[in-house]
Structure formats: C-alpha cells, structure tokens
Design a protein around this ligand. Sequence first.
Ligand SMILES: C[S@@+](CC[C@H](N)C(=O)[O-])C[C@H]1O[C@@H](n2cnc3c(N)ncnc32)[C@H](O)[C@@H]1O
Length: 226
Amino acid sequence: MAAISTERRPDVHEAQPPDVRQYYAINQSVYGWFARYYDAVTRPLRRLRREVVALAGAPGGARVLDVATGTGAQALAFADRTAEVIGVDVNDAMLAVARRKPRPDHVSFVRADATHLPFPAGRFDVTCVSFALHEMPPSVRDRVVREMARVTRHQGTIVVVDYALPANRLASALTSRLVRLYERDHYAEFVRSDLPALFEGVGIAVRADHRTLLGNVRILVGDKVT
Ligand SMILES: C[S@@+](CC[C@H](N)C(=O)[O-])C[C@H]1O[C@@H](n2cnc3c(N)ncnc32)[C@H](O)[C@@H]1O
C-alpha cells in the first residue's frame, strides 16, 4: 500500500466548539474500554455486512475506503474481489482490535480523522461509513460526508449504513426510546435528519435507499456525480 500522507491534520480539537470537543472526548473514553466487547455486541450484524457489500456493488478490483471502521468488520466484508480496502478510524483501541484480525494483504487499517481524510481526491471507487454518523454533531457529520465525496472518484459509490426509524409509529417510538438509552447525544436528531439532502449537497445522487432489520437500519447508496 502507498504511504499515507499525514499532511491533512487528524483530529485537531483545540479550536473546536464545545459539542465537537465533547464528541471527541467521549469517543476516546467510551471506545477505549468498549473496543474489546464491540465485536461480541455487534455479532448479529454479520449478515448486514454482506448485504452492504452487495448493495454497494463494488466492481472487481475496486479500491474501497471504510470510514470510521472501528474493529474493521465492514472493511473485511469488502475484502473479496477488491484490490485494496483501507479502514480508517480515530480510535486506537478499536483499530488495535481490527489489526489483530486475520486479513489479506490488500486490507489495511490506518489512524485518521474522517473530517480530514489523508487521501487525494478521487482515490476510491467505493467509500462506506457504517454506524458512525449518528454519533457525530451535525457539523462533523457534514464534514465527514463531504470528505467521503471528495475522496471518491467521479461515478464512484458512497454508502451510509446507520440507524433508521421503522415506518410503523408505535415501533418507531419504541425503537427511539430504546436506542436513546445508550445513544444519548446526537442519535435523536440524526434519525430525523435528511440524509438524502446531505448527499445531494455534496454532489452525491441517491441510487438506493434501503431499509433492513425491520426498518431499524438504513443503507443509503449514492453515486458521486460532480
Ligand atoms: C459505532 S462504531 C462503528 C464501527 C464500524 N463502522 C461498524 O460498523 O461496526 C463508531 C466508530 O466511529 C469512529 N469514529 C467516530 N468519529 C470518527 C472520526 N471523526 N474519524 C474517524 N473515526 C471516527 C469511532 O472511533 C468508532 O470506532
């Protein structure tokens, strides 16, 4: 793999607003201890990982970036038939778990802040982020999606996988209450936010808006058109 430039400064927090500083601080304190349990807790998502790969439709030999990769489960699901998969994350404990997993040579894990991805424009055929945008303050979320669009080639694919609310109002209210027990800060605003508009604002045309796991998870697939 080519050396990763560190010129785009990773996680620079000092000059950030309080909600952004708090989000980075929570990231370090929570994932610092949760990393070792993360794969056990998210084991039921294994089938979903394959579904995401199928919906992304990466061409053979594709270069894939998994943003906020955590312990690398989604990155590793992209390993078959691709030429390169890079998972980036800002948390060393999560990356340490990812790096301990068996993986082919073309899969690697890099420490980087998704708001300042250390890659040139158009470097990847497919860029994916799963279960991370809901943790971010809106300003950070916007920046991450903009960065994903920047590093994806023209006509390349951008995939967002994250929480959604079921269409049924009772199920939606129950889900929302349940998830808010452990996703406290930005989830409630995130699940009601307009992700297709966020895509369109950075030059991504929505190709598919797929709901799965009883409507509790959304897989939004877009094509970079500008
Ligand atoms: C809930 S985990 C999801 C991990 C993985 N994508 C998955 O689907 O299992 C959220 C991950 O996002 C990472 N993350 C949050 N903000 C980030 C940022 N600005 N840059 C890179 N990674 C970030 C966290 O460190 C954590 O590993």
